[in-house]
Design a protein around this ligand. Structure first.
Ligand SMILES: Cc1cc2nc3c(=O)[nH]c(=O)nc-3n(C[C@H](O)[C@H](O)[C@H](O)COP(=O)(O)OP(=O)(O)OC[C@H]3O[C@@H](n4cnc5c(N)ncnc54)[C@H](O)[C@@H]3O)c2cc1C
Length: 287
């Protein structure tokens, strides 16, 4: 009996218009490939579904990191290795630099991209919490239109995103983080090559005594999650007696973790609250 095979039809796109035209063709369904670090693994464990891979990794418009008055633009095919060391990312999106340095090991970081990380839509996607905490928008492009949406709205349900079959993730747009306190922690079985059991990335700013926080989490829900209820609660109740414990309880209610091979729902709930409190202790000290 034949097992899964890595053999696929593949075209390397040399321009954005060519990539989009290929994705639009209905006679031969296509799927974008960037670093291939998710797709190659999936190809080894599943039968080919007849889709042609369109390699978009060297399309100019999907590459590069730049800064203008609106903030940071990061091409979807930028590698995690680039995100990890780029000075603009370190300065304006420190959570992203930190998370990129925790995607697999160095060899994976040389190939893995934010476009692939988001489109793959794993609940454990490591770049998603950082992008949510930084208030990033994802820019999608097809042959006929472009649109932007907040990263947290890109994820619709388990492994399902807002991306249409004829669209590419072109870039990510991040507002400047300013004076926000940024904090991130990934909890895994060990320090390298571990899939996240629970991760939390947060940014926080005190505005006239109010706590303005953005909290992104991975591996605690069917999708990477923005914890809006907890953020709202913090804005109204931060600094009240017992507020950190109460916020941790709100967060534990807001998430919906599961038992799986890597961890249990109980453990994830406990750790999620503890991570939030670790962030809040630093946030209070920065007041
Ligand atoms: C050993 C190993 C360890 C790993 N460790 C981690 C980890 O610690 N944390 C983590 O988050 N992930 C990890 N991963 C998963 C993977 O490396 C990341 O999700 C990576 O960011 C995927 O990017 P890619 O460019 O390789 O995606 P690809 O494999 O090229 O594509 C993944 C998906 O995204 C789609 N896609 C890619 N680019 C675009 C685009 N521009 N527009 C639209 N769709 C697109 C593809 O069609 C596919 O569905 C690991 C993988 C391996 C093999």
């Amino acid at each position: 009996m034949m097992g899964p095979t890595l053999e696929r039809a593949m075209v390397r796109a040399t321009s954005l218009s060519q990539a989009l035209a290929l994705l639009q063709e209905t006679a031969i369904p296509s799927q974008p490939l960037c670093g291939g670090t998710d797709l190659m693994v999936q190809a080894m464990t599943t039968q080919a579904d007849g889709r042609r891979w369109v390699d978009v990794g060297s399309v100019d418009e999907l590459r590069g990191i730049s800064l203008d008055a609106n903030g940071l633009r990061i091409g979807a095919a930028t590698t995690c290795a680039e995100l990890r060391v780029h000075p603009l990312v370190a300065t304006h999106a420190p959570l992203l630099a930190q998370c990129a340095g925790q995607v697999g090991a160095r060899a994976i970081q040389e190939r893995a991209t934010p476009g692939g990380n988001l489109a793959n839509a794993s609940p454990a996607a490591d770049l998603a919490p950082a992008l949510i905490a930084h208030g990033a928008q994802v820019e999608l492009v097809s042959a006929s239109a472009t649109r932007r949406l907040p990263v947290e709205d890109f994820f619709i349900s388990y492994r399902h995103t807002a991306l249409s079959t004829d669209e590419l993730i072109l870039a990510l747009h991040l507002p400047l983080s300013g004076d926000a306190l940024c904090w991130h922690r990934k909890v895994g079985t060990r320090r390298a090559q571990a899939i996240t059991k629970v991760a939390l990335a947060a940014s926080g700013l005190w505005v006239k005594g109010e706590a303005h926080c953005r909290i992104g989490m991975a591996s605690v829900a069917p999708v990477p999650l923005r914890c809006r209820k907890t953020e709202d609660w913090l804005r109204r109740h931060a600094l009240e007696p017992g507020w950190m414990d109460a916020a941790a309880d709100i967060l534990r209610e807001e998430i919906s973790p599961i038992d799986d091979l890597r961890s249990t729902a109980d453990y994830r709930r406990t750790v999620a609250g503890n991570l939030l409190m670790a962030f809040l202790r630093r946030f209070q000290a920065a007041r």
